[in-house]
Ligand binder design. Structure first.
Ligand code: URA
Length: 192
C-alpha cells in the first residue's frame, strides 16, 4: 500500500526503536510544508525542541529562521526535520545505532515531500545523507546529486552561534541555495 503522512505519523508517534525513546519528553517529527520543494535537515532535537515537539525552536532555530529570511524563505515554504527524532541526552551526537534505527522515518518523509533540493544542516546530517566521510569545513556549499535530488550542506546554526567567523561563508552558501531554487524550482519564489 502507498505510504501516506497519516500512516507515517501514526507509526512514528510511539517509536521505541532505540533508547532515546525512553528519555524524550516529545518526539520531534518535523514541520513545515509537506509539499515543499526544499527540505532542511538538522541533526536532532535539543532541549527546547524536546519540550515543544517542534524542530529548531531554540536559539539555533531562531538563527535558522533568520537564515531562511535572508533568502526570502520561511517555514511555510520549506520542510524541516532531523536525522534523529528524539533528543540525545545532554545534546551529545546521536550514536550509530540510534541513527540507524531512526533514519527510515526521515527517508519516508523525504519520499513523501519529494523535494528537488535538500539542505543538510551540519556535519552529522551531511554524513548521513551525502557521504559517510563528508568534511563540512571543506565541502560545505558544494552540490551533490543524491537520489536525483540537488543536495548541499551548510554549517549548522549552532556552529554559527559558537563561531561567528563562519557566517560570511554561510551567507555565500545561502545565496547559492537561492540561486539553485530559482534555477530548479522557481515557483518557490513566484507567490511571495
Ligand atoms: N539542532 C538540530 O539539529 N535540530 C533541531 O531541531 C534543533 C537544534
Amino acid at each position: 500500500m502507498a505510504d501516506s503522512w497519516e500512516k507515517l505519523k501514526a507509526e512514528c508517534s510511539g517509536c521505541a526503536r532505540c533508547p532515546l525513546g525512553d528519555t524524550r519528553r516529545n518526539l520531534v517529527f518535523g514541520t513545515g510544508n509537506e509539499h515543499a520543494h526544499v527540505m532542511f535537515i538538522g541533526e536532532g532535537p535539543g532541549e527546547q525542541e524536546d519540550l515543544q515537539g517542534v524542530p529548531f525552536v531554540g536559539p539555533a532555530g531562531k538563527l535558522l529562521d533568520d537564515m531562511l529570511e535572508m533568502i526570502d524563505l520561511d517555514r511555510s515554504k520549506v520542510y524541516i526535520a532531523n536525522i534523529v527524532k528524539c533528543r540525545p541526552p545532554r545534546n551529545r551526537d546521536p550514536q550509530p545505532d540510534e541513527k540507524a534505527a531512526c533514519i527510515q522515518w526521515l527517508r519516508r518523509q523525504i519520499a513523501l515531500v519529494d523535494p528537488e533540493i535538500i539542505v543538510c544542516l551540519g556535519r552529522i546530517s551531511a554524513m548521513e545523507l551525502i557521504r559517510e566521510n563528508f568534511r563540512i569545513t571543506r565541502e560545505h556549499g558544494l552540490w551533490y546529486t543524491v537520489d536525483g535530488r540537488a543536495t548541499t550542506a551548510i554549517y549548522h546554526p549552532s556552529a554559527l552561534l559558537r563561531d561567528v567567523s563562519k557566517r560570511p561563508e554561510t551567507f555565500a552558501d545561502l545565496r547559492a541555495i537561492r540561486q539553485q531554487i530559482r534555477a530548479i524550482c522557481p515557483e518557490v519564489y513566484e507567490h511571495a
